[in-house]
Design a binder for this molecule. Structure first.
Ligand code: ATP
Length: 583
């Protein structure tokens, strides 16, 4: 129960609902227990009438009274049972909602490294599957526990008062029933976890094959993929059948145990009636109803135990994530001033998951309003520099300052809100083009959206779609070309009008003519802003105020376009190569 302690704050938060639910549950059970008592009363009325102890009129009145009490009590009990579910089960839904939000907010705070170390499926499982299991602890587990305790205590008091020996015989099989159901529930849980894992695997497989359908078709491997799927599905079939086999035991076991208990009541009760230990057949009828009423709650003891164990295991998995401190800490609460003077002083950085040293002793200065272009072979550390400016990672050595203040002394939210980032792989959400652009500035007007799209040179493409800016992208809609995606992603960054703009090789999929037009538009936009353009093309770099060339994380050349084309080295070679290609 140690892990479930985390949920005590929610027990406290919804205490009023819970206490109301508990009281309603207790009262509902008290009313439902009227039935066996009054069935016994009816039997004894019949016996008294048959023995001539009461007249027909009295018999009728008493019978009518008892029947009305049974109907009334059952009605009140049923209404209260409805409210019992309305309170306790609803609380469990509230807790589920709160817990999901808590986990999601924690996910949002965690750094990129966390996402690299954990599989997406696992993250999704903890927020859906695990939270649902914890909800079962809050709802059904609490409800059935109170139910069982109340029924048991009240019924046992009546039973021992009426016929102690018969009561003892009857309660003997109940713990056995509880243990059997517990064992069965555990086995059902074990096998359903296996089925759950299988379902995650098969949905992962299908998702991947549908996303990569063009590659599958291009390589003509549809049959192989279908064969792999069939094998996977066959394995799943065995797992599902094995689960169904254990589940099939559940109700027969219940029926068998209820039947056995009923027989026991009739046999022992009958013997006691014959030898005079109990005086009315009504007691036997009353006990039969108790047995039937108690069997399910007693069975739930086993079930609830297994629910609590599952909830504990799930909460443990949730707590593991909730306890993780984000690697990137925002230590400054007040907003800080960001203008765009960026300085890298002997910066070195190693990715701790791969141990790859991506930057070695990198230094450069970028004044507010200047543009820096970074060139270099793939894997030379260009994107890493951009990630460090957005403080997606903290550096190992050296210092990065923005406006003279070390980056870690800036408010993280202010810093990121002043950065417009266009990643290498443009990621667009399954939403309209307009909303994808407005992602950078949620309160942007339609004119601003169009203006940004024009500057990113994608407006003409967008208006050609029948729904224009309201065209849905992604899984539910159309697929943009690589170059169109990149340009929508640029529009998203520039609409924000941030102080710092970071372009990570984001013109690689557009032709040089379009590149030229976009760069021309950017010239106006970048006035007064600091920009870093990562590229493989000299054409993207040539207008920058400063250019650095990276190799294996080290700066090997630094200067302006003019100075670099006149010096021997990587930049000049690249320039000549790309010049001859264009010619
Ligand atoms: N998240 C990461 N975790 C571990 N290693 C990484 C990560 N990102 C990059 N690396 C490694 O760091 C080195 C520099 O990568 P980076 O992405 O900065 O290069 P790049 O110059 O931008 O390359 P490209 O031009 O191909 O985009 C590479 O060796 C890469 O494998």
């Amino acid at each position: 129960m140690k892990e479930l302690k985390h949920l005590n704050k929610y027990l406290y938060k919804y205490k009023t609902h819970l206490i109301a639910g508990i009281i309603i549950t207790i009262v509902a059970r008290i009313f439902l227990l009227f039935t066996p008592r009054y069935v016994k009363a009816i039997f004894s009325t019949i016996e008294r009438y048959m023995n001539g102890e009461i007249t027909k009129a009295v018999f009728r009145t008493e019978l009518l009274h008892d029947i009305l009490v049974i109907i009334g009590a059952a009605l009140v009990g049923a209404i209260l049972t409805f409210f019992m579910r309305q309170t306790i089960i609803i609380v469990s839904r509230y807790v589920e909602y709160d817990l999901k939000n808590e986990v999601y907010q924690q996910y949002q705070k965690l750094s990129l490294n966390f996402y690299k170390k954990n599989r997406t499926g696992d993250l999704m499982n903890r927020i859906s599957e695990d939270v649902s299991r914890v909800r079962m602890y809050f709802g059904p587990a609490i409800m059935y526990s109170i139910n069982t305790i109340t029924l048991f205590v009240i019924a046992l008091i009546y039973m021992f008062k009426d016929a102690p020996k018969l009561a003892t015989y009857i309660i003997i099989p109940l713990p056995i029933l509880s243990v059997i159901i517990y064992k069965l529930s555990r086995e059902i849980h074990r096998r359903s976890t296996i089925v759950q894992q299988f379902l995650s695997t098969i949905s992962g497989f299908t998702q991947e094959s549908f996303s990569g359908i063009s590659v599958i078709k291009a390589y003509g491997i549809e049959n192989k993929t279908a064969h792999d799927f069939t094998e996977l599905a066959a394995d799943g079939k065995h797992k599902q059948v094995s689960l169904a086999r254990v589940q099939a035991w559940f109700f027969p076991m219940m029926v068998l145990l209820i039947g056995t208990s009923n027989l026991l009541v009739i046999y022992v009760g009958g013997m006691q009636y014959i030898n005079g230990t109990i005086t009315s057949l009504g007691t036997i009828a009353e006990f039969i109803i108790y047995v039937n009423m108690l069997t399910w709650p007693v069975a739930t003891v086993g079930w609830v135990t297994s629910i609590v164990q599952q909830a504990e295991a799930s909460q443990k998995r949730i707590n593991e994530f909730l306890k993780i401190e984000p690697e990137i800490q925002n230590t400054v609460t007040e907003p800080t001033d960001i203008h765009g003077d960026i300085v890298f002083k002997n910066v070195s950085f190693t990715y701790d998951d791969t141990n790859i040293q991506a930057l070695h002793d990198v230094s450069f200065t970028l004044k507010e309003g200047q543009t820096l272009a970074i060139l270099g072979k793939t894997g030379s550390g260009k994107s890493t520099i951009l990630d460090l400016i957005g403080r997606l990672y903290d550096i190992d050595q050296g210092e990065i300052t923005i406006n003279g203040t070390p980056i870690e002394n800036h408010n993280l939210n202010t810093l990121r809100s002043h950065i417009g980032y266009v990643p290498q792989d443009a990621f667009l959400f399954s939403d309209t083009i307009k909303n994808n652009i407005k992602f950078g500035k949620s309160d942007a007007t339609d004119d601003e959206v169009v203006e940004a799209a024009k500057n990113a040179h994608v407006h003409k493409n967008i208006v050609k779609f029948s729904k224009g800016y309201d065209t849905i992208l992604g899984e539910r809609g159309i697929t943009l070309s690589g170059g169109q995606k990149q340009r929508v992603s640029i529009a998203r960054a520039i609409i924000k009008s941030p102080k710092i703009l970071l372009f990570d090789d984001c013109l690689s999929a557009v032709d040089t003519e379009t590149e030229e037009k976009i760069l021309n538009n950017l010239k106006k936009i970048l006035i007064g802003k600091t920009a870093i353009i990562v590229s493989h093309r000299v054409s993207s770099a040539k207008n920058a105020d400063k250019i650095i060339v990276l190799e294996d994380g080290k700066i090997i050349q630094e200067g302006t376009h003019d100075s670099l084309v006149n010096a021997e080295g990587h930049y000049k070679d690249l320039y000549l190569k790309q010049l001859s290609k264009t010619e």
